[in-house]
Each structure stands twice: as structure tokens, then as C-alpha cells.
Design a protein around this ligand. Structure first.
Ligand code: RB5
Length: 160
């Protein structure tokens, strides 16, 4: 199962991609937005990243105007690797090298046909466990370090 989400600038593309993904037989959980009314992209990116983090879904597609805001916001959720992608080449690398569970598309820079090719390539590709795993572990180590200091700050502030 995949989650999908967009802000207002990605709304039209997200609607088309949801239909296309379902026509391919995939189960899609649409977390909004559900109209072209303006919405702040973190309000969509964070819940989508959280359902990926909690493993309610296997991955997700996020769409905004450029793909950048969605990626920056989603990557704040621990364990999430969200890649802004504009080509099939990057879609493959997002999986084989970065093991991205989320790809982020810019509706204003990626036309519909290319978006379907990007998603297809990302779904088909597999993570190449090797040097990449070590590099991704170094990124996870940073998350653990900050989680530790945040917990410590909480303890110290409770102490007084
Ligand atoms: C919309 O406000 C715009 O910021 C968003 O769609 C996205 O392009 C941000 O990266």
C-alpha cells in the first residue's frame, strides 16, 4: 500500500496519479489535500511521512509545486528518506542508492507522463545493499544523536 499527498499546487497532478496508481492495481491511501484551496505543504508532508514511519504503508508519493518543500518537511520525520525527483535516472537512484521510501514531485516541473515514468522506475528499482547501507547508517546516527540530546534536555528541564 502506498500513501499519496499534495498541497494545492500539486493537487491536480496528485488526483491524476492516484487514479493511475489504482488502475495499476495498487492500494492507495490518499491523505489529501482534497481541493485546490491553499494548504501549507508541511500539513500534508508530515502526516504522510508519519504513516510511512509507522509502516502503515510501504511508501509514499508527495506532490507540491516544486517537490522541494515536501521533501524538506518529510525528511524531518525520523527514519524517513524522501527524495525530490525530476527524472527517471533520479527515481532509480532514489531507490537503489538512497532507499527513499518517499518520492516528491513538483507539479510545475514534472509533467504527468514523466511523473508516471518516475513512479514506475522507483517502484521497480531495488535498494543495492552495500556501500550505500553504511552511508545511510551515518545519517540515521545523526537522528539518534539528536534524539538523545532532546531526551537529555527534557530530563534536565524536569530536574529544575
Ligand atoms: C506552495 O506554497 C509552494 O511553496 C509549494 O507547492 C512547494 O513548491 C514548496 O516547495
Amino acid at each position: 500500500m502506498l500513501a499519496i499527498g499534495s498541497d494545492h499546487r500539486g493537487f491536480a497532478l496528485k488526483e491524476r496519479l492516484r487514479g493511475w496508481l489504482r488502475s495499476r492495481g495498487l492500494v492507495i491511501c490518499d491523505l489529501g489535500t482534497f481541493s485546490a484551496e491553499p494548504v501549507d505543504y508541511p500539513d500534508i508532508a508530515i502526516p504522510v511521512a508519519e504513516v510511512v514511519h509507522d509502516r502503515f504503508v510501504d511508501g509514499a508519493v508527495l506532490v507540491c509545486g516544486t517537490g522541494l518543500g515536501m521533501a524538506i518537511a518529510a525528511n524531518k520525520v525520523p527514519g524517513i528518506f524522501a527524495a525530490p525527483v525530476t527524472s527517471v535516472r533520479l527515481a532509480e537512484a532514489a531507490r537503489t542508492s538512497s532507499n527513499a521510501q518517499i518520492i516528491c514531485l513538483g507539479a510545475e516541473v514534472v509533467p504527468y507522463e514523466l511523473a508516471t515514468q518516475i513512479i514506475e522506475a522507483w517502484l521497480r528499482a531495488e535498494f543495492r545493499n552495500g556501500d550505500s547501507a553504511r552511508k545511510l547508517d551515518k545519517i540515521r546516527a545523526v537522528e539518534r544523536r539528536y534524539a538523545h540530546t532532546a531526551a537529555l534536555r527534557g530530563t534536565l528541564s524536569q530536574a529544575g
